[in-house]
Design a protein around this ligand. Structure first.
Ligand code: FAD
Length: 269
């Protein structure tokens, strides 16, 4: 039987740091993630992170290829872009990082301390006994079999998926579902720019519907992250954006697009 002191579901930022911290003080820990080990840490993200997080968690700050840029503050542009508020100070110092390399480092820190990784393992259900969560049931795609893993404690670090949290009994008082009004759909575009970015040590936030429409689709917020070293990378094709938006809308609203298209194409079926 697979048994650990701590079972961590999800090896993103939260899961990797938790596993690392508990393994460091001598607990036996495992991390389960649906991704392959090589994919873990990859995420649609603004890639900006405050310096204080590294000091408070006692993690070495990023360097080398993991560090894209040091950040000293934020330029906030007014809706007409005429006024720029420069916000700076020690509390706003931070980094633009390579998200995948950062995630891989956090994971490696944990694995180096003896944490066991089950990658390509999709967690399906919590296992309950006598009013406690004592483990999880998962599908391990590496070995193509269902497994059960038990722990003295189980951590749900599956992020937005909340795979365990949403299956907790109602009377435990745990918020199970994030309401639709608290969810926003985002995608990220990396664009080539004709002009070089003025002062890349300052992130730029545009409170401008026109700019934000082109850079990000946020329901309310209008944030565009300038990532100077990566702006020369690939572009996202229009159709890909559409697919991402439809998929995002499907995930959030469960709108049955396939039914809609089927009825449009084959109305008599
Ligand atoms: C568009 C966008 C921009 C952002 N920009 C920034 C930014 O600039 N700076 C910043 O600090 N934060 C940013 N964030 C927030 C940041 O990415 C999250 O706060 C952070 O990733 C949360 O970490 P986590 O470990 O809780 O979840 P995640 O990083 O989402 O990790 C969850 C892990 O669980 C795994 N998982 C999920 N379900 C299952 C399952 N059933 N079985 C097994 N594994 C599972 C996933 O594969 C994943 O590896 C941004 C987020 C978004 C969406």
């Amino acid at each position: 039987m697979l048994k650990f002191d701590l079972v961590v579901v999800g090896g993103g930022t939260g899961g990797s740091v938790t596993a690392d911290a508990l393994a460091k003080v001598g607990y036996s820990v495992c991390v389960l993630d649906q991704k392959t080990r090589e994919e873990m840490g990859e995420k649609v993200c603004g890639d900006a992170v405050g310096k204080h997080h590294f000091s408070s968690l006692e993690i070495a700050p990023p360097k080398g290829k993991e560090l894209d840029n040091k950040i000293l503050g934020i330029d906030v542009f007014s809706p007409d872009s005429e006024t720029v508020f420069k916000i700076k100070g020690e509390g706003l110092h931070g980094f633009v990082i390579d998200r995948l390399m950062f995630g891989q480092r956090l994971l490696k820190n944990a694995l180096d301390k003896g944490v066991e990784l089950f990658d390509r393992t999709l967690v399906l259900e919590p296992i309950f006994k006598d009013g406690f969560v004592i483990g999880v049931e998962a599908k391990n795609f590496r070995e193509n079999k269902r497994i059960k893993i038990f722990g003295k404690a189980v951590v749900d670090a599956s992020g937005m998926a909340a795979v365990l949290r949403k299956k907790m009994p109602i009377d435990w008082g745990i918020e199970r579902k994030i309401s639709a009004e608290d969810i926003e759909i985002c995608y990220r575009e990396i664009r080539e720019t004709k002009k070089s970015i003025e002062d890349p040590t300052f992130l730029k936030i545009f409170l401008n519907q026109k700019i934000s429409e082109r850079h990000n689709w946020y329901r309310r917020g209008q944030t565009a992250f300038a990532d100077p070293q990566r702006l020369n990378n690939n572009k996202v094709a229009g159709w890909l954006k559409l697919i991402l938006l439809l998929y995002g809308a499907y995930l959030v609203f469960r709108f049955p697009f396939h039914e809609y298209f089927r009825q449009a194409l084959y109305p008599k079926l």
